[in-house]
Design a protein around this ligand. Structure first.
Ligand SMILES: [Zn+2]
Length: 374
């Protein structure tokens, strides 16, 4: 009887690859800045509540200042946009709200694992203590986790362009919050003239405390920066790595050690790390065998989502559904989660991907039986 019923079912075919279809697939978001991923309406309402003067008072005008188009190509405009967001993120309630809403926005496109990064030192203008700044984000994420089906973690960012002593203080903060909401330590900020090796004491501290490490590197500076991230600072993942292709030997090392790249396509075009989507090295890295993950960097400034970034990989770099599924699985494999939790999550996700697609690869290679092969 059941066999007869099954024979009447039309064979499943994969839907066309659209942004809407990609929204349905379970995904990760591993590189997402809290102060770059607010809603425009939230900036306006928080500014009003706090009597903070913004350079524009209505949503359309403000959007023009903080959402940077593909023709932004100007670091000054880019940094001005962060001045605006940071001006309303100087108290616990605003940090709580932005963290919570970020989980909600991720849930809306079926992101199931989210790592949020920020540098607490940038939120001390009105006298908040670093611990208050971390606690408020932990609480916002916790409520988001409870309401939506998203697992979250915090990455604390040291800052290249402040000073190494501040990075060390932030590294101490990451140590204090290890297993209490914080999953990794990062180095962000201007790359040129601010080499990672100057911050090596901060990374020495976090590494000695068995804390995961990722660094922005190879975005606005060459492969030497990635070399320092890996060999001076012990990077377990690389933020961007756009210029890794300029050093084949280092690229092989990163490939051999399965060090994931956190790729952010739109952001790279806006900051001129890459000239055009079609010229972005993601295609080359993927074909070469590197573990490439897809992320937004800044949902607000880049007006994007993980689904939109995946769609752009399809549209501009010809990623097929099979290949998109690879990118998604790489994301889950690269999560800073304890191994057993990661296997469990990946098994659930593989089952869902198999339900949502009919790609032979997901049915053959990505069986839950080999989820342990991380
Ligand atoms: Zn970033």
């Amino acid at each position: 009887m059941s066999q007869q019923a099954a024979s009447h079912e039309a064979p499943r075919t994969n839907p066309e690859i659209t942004e809407e279809f990609l929204q349905k697939l379970p995904k990760t978001e591993l590189h997402c800045h809290l102060d770059g991923s607010l809603r425009v309406e939230t900036i306006l309402s928080m500014a009003e509540e706090r009597k903070v003067k913004l350079p524009a008072e209505d949503a359309d005008k403000l959007r023009k200042l903080v959402v940077l188009g593909e023709d932004c190509r100007n670091l000054v405009d880019y940094l001005k946009a962060f001045d605006i967001t940071l001006s309303v993120m100087q108290d616990e309630e605003s940090l709580f709200r932005t963290a919570y809403e970020l989980v909600e926005d991720n849930a809306a496109e079926n992101v199931r694992y989210l790592e949020v990064r920020y540098s607490p030192i940038l939120h001390t203008r009105n006298g908040l203590r670093l611990t208050q700044i971390v606690d408020a984000v932990i609480d916002g994420l916790a409520l988001g986790e409870k309401k939506f089906n998203v697992k979250t973690g915090i990455i604390i960012c040291g800052m290249r362009n402040i000073n190494p002593e501040t990075s060390y203080t932030l590294a101490e903060l990451a140590v204090a919050y290890k297993n209490r909401g914080v999953v990794a330590f990062d180095l962000a900020g201007a790359e040129e003239d601010y080499p990672a090796k100057k911050h090596k004491e901060a990374f020495f501290l976090t590494r000695n405390n068995n804390i995961n490490t990722t660094l922005h590197a190879g975005e606005s500076y060459g492969p030497e920066s990635i070399h320092q991230a890996v060999h001076y600072c012990g990077a377990n993942r690389i933020g961007h790595g756009t210029r890794l292709k300029e050093d084949g030997d280092l690229m092989n090392f990163i490939n051999d050690h399965r060090i994931p790249l956190e790729i952010c396509l739109t952001s790279n075009i806006q900051t001129r790390a890459a000239n055009e989507f079609s010229e972005h090295p993601l295609r080359f890295y993927y074909d070469y065998g590197l573990r490439t993950t897809i992320n937004t960097d800044n949902r607000l400034m880049s007006d994007t989502t993980v689904s939109r970034e995946l769609y752009r990989a399809h549209k501009h770099l010809g990623f097929s559904l099979d290949e998109i599924l690879d990118l998604i699985v790489f994301g889950f494999k690269s999560a800073f989660l304890p191994y057993r939790q990661k296997v469990k999550l990946l098994k659930t996700v593989l089952n869902e991907l198999n339900e949502l697609t009919t790609q032979p690869k997901t049915q053959k290679l990505y069986t839950t039986a080999n989820a342990e092969a991380l």
